[in-house]
Design a protein around this ligand. Structure first.
Ligand code: KE4
Length: 429
């Protein structure tokens, strides 16, 4: 038995499924989760001392790679001053001011402890600000696990959303309508069917939870128009894309301005941080200023703020890192496409900047239905091969690959060698 296998058996005695987040259980690829002991730069080492090139980066936060020296040093200093006070601190101002400076659509921002918390709070703000109850989300987009967003795909058109998890009362999703990504007509029809009732449309400006699905030209602009025309707020869930695609996120990258934005991941640099923000007139409904209540014991935690501030400030000070990272990502994912072509493997790779996804399907993937046409067993076979050859990928087809500034040419060439070996073998089977 490997040490990871032993630990997994032990973990299952005390933790549901042996993990603190379902995807980590490796269920969809049918193998044992690797228990990670340490990480540095673009590499992780598991409890069997096996080294991996990491293409998850903690699901996005580690845009500068693991154990970045300046972040570690600042966090260690902050720890020396105390872990948490439950009182206001200067570092919270520095983070908020930096986010407002980097993302022009943000005039006020509130820190929370996860992306889930950021999204559930932003939706409450939208409902409080507009006085409306209904929200629109997109099939295939994931916005955390708050009740109202765990809604079955396709259940929302003209009718109440149906819960997609047990334990969620029907009432919690009754005001959640679902539309199809890249399909503006499906959004228009919801507004026509629910006139004056929709508080907000929430969207991942780049879908990254059905694999990576890019917004087609005009899609985000169309959402902006529809929301403005109908007096609804447009919420960009930038938990993944925020501070990844550009210093001003997907909204800067695509030039479409939402009314509210949610953040997570990168703004905590690996520490538990989320945030939501937007125009002052909207955010002023948040307690203690306004009547929309939201609170949190560890919100704005000084140690977490120090980690996030240090990472964001480094990215602000080095805008060229975004250019280099996006170019590196484009070159890398195009190299993957060339290998697939070379061995006549008809699979699809969607990618943008440092985000990408290989879909085991031969049809274009531009929404949830087409993403679901992927062969998840084929993905599992591929993923296990890569894992067994030192490449750590998302253990599920409908996730993203994340590159960081720490990935070297050598790392990427090593990936491409293993990738080519796999598809050469597949081609000649
Ligand atoms: P958290 O509550 O996990 O911090 O954030 C929820 C969330 C919100 N919005 C978007 C666009 C997200 O991608 C996420 C969380 N992302 C997943 C990865 N697909 C986190 C990994 C996990 O669930 O363990």
């Amino acid at each position: 038995m490997t040490r990871s296998e032993e630990l997994f058996e032990e973990a299952k005695k005390y933790i549901p499924g042996g993990v603190n987040s379902p995807v980590r259980a490796f269920q969809s690829i049918g193998s044992t989760p690797r228990f990670i002991r340490s990480a540095s730069g673009s590499h992780m080492k598991d409890e069997d001392s096996i080294d991996y090139i990491d293409f998850i980066g903690s699901w996005g936060p580690m845009i500068l790679g693991h154990d970045y020296e300046e972040i570690r040093n600042r966090v260690m200093e902050a720890i020396g001053n105390g872990l948490s006070f439950g009182a206001t601190t200067e570092i919270e101002i520095k983070v908020a001011r930096l986010i407002c400076r980097m993302v022009p659509s943000i005039e006020l921002v509130r820190m929370v402890n996860s992306g889930t918390e950021a999204v559930m709070s932003a939706i409450r703000v939208a409902r409080g600000y507009t006085g409306r109850d209904k929200i629109v989300k997109f099939n295939g987009c994931y916005h955390g696990h708050s009740d109202g967003l765990l809604v079955k795909a396709g259940s929302g058109v003209m009718t109440a959303g149906v819960p997609d998890s047990s334990g969620v009362p029907a009432g919690c999703t009754a005001d959640t309508l679902t539309a199809d990504y890249n399909n503006l007509d499906s959004v228009e029809s919801l507004f026509q069917g629910n006139p004056g009732e929709i508080a907000a449309v929430i969207v991942e400006p780049v879908g990254a939870n059905m694999g990576v699905v890019l917004p087609e030209p005009g899609f985000l602009e169309g959402l902006r128009r529809i929301c403005t025309e109908n007096g609804a707020l447009l919420i960009f869930d930038e938990v993944i894309t925020g501070f990844r695609l550009a210093g001003d996120g997907a909204q800067g990258y695509f030039g479409v301005t939402p009314d509210l934005t949610t953040f997570g991941k990168i703004i905590g640099a690996g520490m538990p941080v989320g945030a939501y923000g937007g125009r002052r007139e909207i955010m002023e409904v948040v307690a203690p200023l306004g009547s929309v209540y939201q609170a949190g014991t560890l919100s704005g935690n000084p140690v977490a703020m120090t980690a996030g501030y240090t990472q964001l400030k480094l990215m602000e000070d080095h805008p060229e890192w975004y250019t280099n990272l996006n170019e590196k990502g484009n070159k890398f994912f195009c190299s993957m496409e060339e290998i697939l072509k070379r061995y006549h493997q008809p699979y699809i790779i969607n990618h943008i900047g440092s985000l990408g996804c290989l879909f085991f399907t031969d049809q274009p993937v531009n929404d949830y239905a087409s993403a679901k046409s992927s062969d998840t067993r084929a993905y599992a076979d591929y993923c296990n091969y890569m894992l067994n050859h030192g490449i750590y990928l998302a253990p599920a087809q409908f996730e993203a690959m994340f590159l960081s500034t720490a990935h070297t040419e050598e790392d990427l060439n090593c990936f491409l060698e293993v990738f080519e070996d796999y598809f050469k073998m597949k081609a000649f089977k």
